[in-house]
Design a protein around this ligand. Structure first.
Ligand code: B12
Length: 437
């Protein structure tokens, strides 16, 4: 059997910087999955920069739209859907992060083998998918379990959750035929026409049944901020995604008043601030911090460096508070760790949502003990930091990040390579200074 073909479909609005950042994080977390085409419509204030970002990443695989007709989401999505040719469609919801990109292809292959119509790819944590769709007809499989959702077992399923459970939800991978059926159905629209919510099929719209439904065994995706009625399930609640912004900035709409200068009210923030915690008394960047910074640079991750040798601790807090990063990374040796822990504690109080990552020689020496030593630290990276830090920020599955230790030991990374001394590449400066080749 030929491998299943897949289109990633999305039609979203990015009106705040936070939404734009989330879309980027979401994209980077699953961009390498095997998909023929990305058919994406972007609306809102950040549509141009978001489009450029996706174009740079996807090249000719991207069909980019900037449709915003007065007729609304369904009208524009139908125009886009006409160009979908693949067997399956992945409805991308831009504030969900992929935790297991490695499992998408095998799961899709199993969907194809079992001729399944759809699979809901998110809200699996704490057994949510089971709790919603649990019934006696479930058949166990390799990457997924499945069952036939019929008119006769629908009442049993609907009793699982107060208010009922949707027959089709946006966060799904589905056959193109089902996607088109939902999109082109002449249904009653309830939600504002610029939103996608009417795509979700309500418990009583049984004309869509029967459906062969897959339940993923792995947590393929997780919502960044939505606990979906089960506290502790979103990535922010689990401390796995930075709680940068809540409220008005996130829910901003195009009609929201802008600042007096006409520029958007949000400034551009670095994703991470690297603190040079090597307290040498001179403003020279240690090789380790510089290597990590270069890796961030290469991965085009927006970062800033803050040096304790230049800025006193009290001012560091003020400076970083203004920068409002999602992550703070600090490299330290053991002899200076007490002062650095105190600094991190103060920073965590000033920026409660920030994720703190500790690296450098003390991380190599102390490993997991650091979580006891300093409650502010969320992750420790033992050994070489370049690949691990970039992976963590790009949403690579935590288990695949070398040398990563998490407060939750079940999320620890795969391996830990300890650093050995590397000679700096001084060839160029020697020839520049001496004139020798
Ligand atoms: C060169 C060197 C020095 C130089 C420069 C130090 C500097 N500030 O850069 C000098 C001679 C000044 C020096 C002095 C000292 N050193 Co010294 N030094 C080294 C040495 C030989 C190499 C360091 C290096 O550049 N490595 C190459 C870089 C690329 O690797 P790295 O620093 O480990 O960084 C990687 C990771 O740690 C990680 N990482 C680093 N920072 C961060 C930050 C984040 C956020 C993340 C995620 C990851 C991360 O990613 C980096 C890239 O892969 C190491 C031994 C070694 N083999 O590593 C000892 C070593 C670092 N020094 C050590 C010590 C104890 C000292 C002194 C305290 C000795 C003394 N009693 O005076 C002083 C401290 C001086 C001071 N105030 O800083 C110890 C530290 C032990 C510990 N547990 O803290 C080491 C490990 C030697 C040892 N085995 O005992 N040192």
């Amino acid at each position: 059997m030929a491998n299943p073909t897949l289109t990633i479909f999305a039609n979203f609005r990015l009106d705040s910087e936070e939404r734009f950042l989330r879309m980027k994080d979401s994209f980077l977390s699953f961009k390498d999955i095997d998909a023929e085409r990305w058919i994406i419509n972007i609306r809102g204030r950040h549509k141009v920069e978001a489009g450029r970002f996706l174009e740079a990443q996807l090249g000719s695989r991207l069909a980019l739209y900037q449709l915003e007709s007065p007729e609304g989401w369904f009208h524009d999505s139908r125009i886009m859907a006409a160009t979908i040719e693949t067997e399956y469609v992945f409805f991308w919801v831009e504030d969900h992060l992929c935790l297991r990109p490695d499992k998408i292809s095998p799961t899709l292959r199993e969907m194809q083998e079992k001729d399944l119509d759809l699979l809901t790819y998110s809200f699996c944590h704490k057994g949510q998918a089971r709790a919603y769709y649990g019934n006696d007809d479930i058949v166990p499989g390799e990457e997924l379990d499945w069952f036939e959702h019929t008119v006769s077992n629908n009442p049993v399923i609907q009793r699982n959750i107060e208010g009922g459970v949707r027959l089709v939800s946006c966060i799904s991978i589905m056959k193109r035929s089902l996607f088109n059926k939902v999109l082109f159905e002449n249904k009653k629209f309830i939600w504002p026409k610029e939103t996608p919510f009417d795509f979700e099929v309500s418990p009583t719209e049984t004309q869509f049944l029967p459906l062969k439904r897959g339940l993923p065994k792995h947590e393929l995706f997780a919502s960044m901020d939505d606990d979906n009625a089960v506290p502790g399930t979103s990535l922010i609640s689990r401390g796995l995604y930075p709680d940068r912004v809540r409220g008005p900035r996130l829910t901003a709409t195009a009609s929201e008043p802008q600042s007096a200068t006409g520029t958007p009210p949000t400034a551009s923030h670095p994703l991470i601030v690297l603190i040079n915690g090597y307290r040498v008394g001179q403003p020279t960047l240690p090789t380790g911090t510089a290597y990590v910074a270069q890796a961030l640079e290469n991965a085009e991750i927006h970062y800033e460096v803050c040096d304790v040798n230049i800025t006193p601790d009290e001012q560091i807090v003020e400076v970083i508070k203004k920068q409002n990063p999602a992550y703070i990374g600090l490299g330290t040796m053991t002899f200076e760790v007490g002062k650095n822990y105190r600094l991190l504690q103060t920073l965590k109080k000033a920026l409660p949502g920030v994720v703190v990552i500790l690296g450098g020689p003390h991380a190599i020496a102390a490993g997991r003990d650091i979580f006891q030593e300093c409650p502010a630290v969320d992750f420790v990276i033992r050994g070489e930091g370049e690949e691990a830090l970039v992976g963590l920020l790009q949403g690579v599955s935590l288990k695949d990040i070398p040398g990563l230790l998490s407060r939750d030991p079940r999320l620890d990374g795969s391996r830990c390579r300890l650093t050995t001394y590397r000679s700096p590449n001084i060839g160029d400066s020697i020839s520049a200074n001496t004139g020798q080749p």
